[in-house]
Design a protein around this ligand. Sequence first.
Ligand code: GDP
Ligand code: CA
Length: 326
Amino acid sequence: MQRIVVLAGGIGGARFLRGLTSAAPDADVTVIGNTGDDIHLFGLKVCPDLDTVMYTLGGGIHEEQGWGRADESFAVKEELAAYGVGPEWFGLGDRDFATHIVRTQMLAAGYPLSAVTEALCERWKPGVRLLPMSDDRVETHVMIDDPDGTEGSGARKAVHFQEYWVRLRASVPAHAIIPVGAEQAKPAPGVLEAISAADVILFPPSNPVVSVGTILSVPGIREAVAAADAPVVGLSPIVGDAPVRGMADKVLAAVGVESTASAVARHYGSDLIDGWLVDTVDAARTAEVEAAGIRCRAVPLMMTDVPATAAMAAEALALAEEVRGR
Ligand code: GDP
Ligand code: CA
């Protein structure tokens, strides 16, 4: 059985995984999920990216939105607001709340996040093994100008990634992206083992900075991917010099990377990835990627539906075979 490891963020990762499991139904897929987006709200531990993967593959996702539950209601949120208890900018629905309550209860009882995630997946049966990147707390923070600082003082402050992304809609300049706690974090049980035993490692079209980049910032994970025998192939989240959805261009700028399909490939580098897929509209950029020592193909990369996404996954697996042993 082919063992595939995927380093995934939220929506881009989850949608890609649905195509991958359709293209390779018999493969043994391990997902290493980003937990840098995790946030404590109302005393509850919320893991947006793990949940997006779990709900999407388990059939509980709000399809159009791409995150949160289908058939959701917001009674709890309204009641909290009536007490003046926020934040009001983070959308937690009633069904979704139950997931966070179960998770928080299990964590308080002493179970590590990896065990909690496994327990939640017993209900959702995502058809993949979903591992958090780490059981240790890692929280992505974004350095922005301090709006309360004196004009021209250059004062800056760090805000939680969700505050920057959801509340501020990435509308203010990001000066740095910091995965707080990553240096001390250890990969969750099974993560390094899955990487070293993999036949293929894939980077889905997830955010290269705050999703895949955060996973790679956990000491040992980048090194394991670079040292793996398996071919490593990525798919560009940037199509036509812009993110397909979201604001990845803002966080790429914060780390000094242009928003092009080839710049993202070069950002990962040939130490890490062997192959890279760009969309057909970016076909002219394949030469730039190949010049960096990364095999590159231009294929359709829009995840419009499951068959189109499955075709992307099949292309990634074919490119992995092409670069195997390089
Ligand atoms: P998040 O955690 O929910 O932000 O999701 P990810 O990090 O997994 O993925 C976000 C990235 O997915 C964004 O940068 C988008 O550009 C990319 N993305 C979303 N839909 C598509 C698509 O249909 N095709 C491609 N190539 N990228 C996509
Ligand atoms: Ca995310």
